[in-house]
Design a protein around this ligand. Structure first.
Ligand SMILES: [Ca+2]
Length: 209
């Protein structure tokens, strides 16, 4: 399903594998927020961290053949490599979020500026606003105050999120349930093995409009 050639998407030449051949599957009721990108184009980012099709409020599920979902109250899809996360998005005609897209959704501002943390400028030392410092994953959207100015959930904590659609651009952002000091929108780059899997790393999907 992945694009292993140079492709044209919405008139813009993207890098290898940066988009899917599949039209976006938008009738599955996975909420998304559509925003301006820094280049002036529009994109949509899913509101919740991705979960498997058969995930529940207490279990992450095992269905890795179906495309990912973005639903509230589901244990997020973790233990997934960067490539597998990208494929799960491409199965629904989407892709991973690019770095700038993820950051701008998190901080509520296109380009520079925006809030330091997804929930505001002041660090929540109590770790109550988002699922940071708890030591355990939670269902998506479990912390009602863990929202950005764009109404996305869990862009701080719960699980790290794969971003970038090429290996060169790929990283994970946002901190996870064990993080306490590393959950700002801008400076949470994490050097990890793209081919590794972790119980603390998941993803969410984006798409071009
Ligand atoms: Ca997260």
């Amino acid at each position: 399903m992945s694009c292993l050639r140079l492709v044209l998407c919405a008139g813009t030449v993207l890098a290898l594998g940066a988009c899917s051949d599949t039209p976006p599957i938008l009738d599955v009721n996975d909420p998304e927020i559509c925003l301006n990108r820094r280049d002036g184009a529009r994109y949509c980012i899913e509101v919740y961290e991705a979960s498997r099709e058969d995930a529940t409020e207490t279990a992450g599920g095992s269905d890795e053949a179906s495309f990912s979902r973005s639903r509230p109250g589901r244990v997020p899809w973790v233990n997934v490599t960067w490539a597998a996360a990208r494929s799960a998005c491409e199965l629904k005609g989407k892709r991973l979020c690019d770095l700038d897209e993820w950051v701008d959704a998190c901080d509520g501002q296109v380009g520079d500026g925006g809030t330091v943390f997804t929930y505001g400028d002041a660090r929540d030392e109590s770790n109550m606003t988002c699922n940071t410092g708890s030591g355990a994953v939670e269902p998506t959207g479990a912390r009602a105050m863990c929202t950005s100015g764009n109404a996305t959930f869990d862009q701080s904590g719960n699980v790290w999120e794969w971003t970038g659609n090429t290996r060169g651009a790929a990283t994970a952002r946002g901190g996870a349930f064990r993080s306490t000091q590393t959950h700002a929108c801008e400076n949470t780059l994490m050097n990890i093995d793209l081919d590794g899997e972790s119980a603390e790393v998941g993803f969410r999907c984006c798409r071009d409009v």
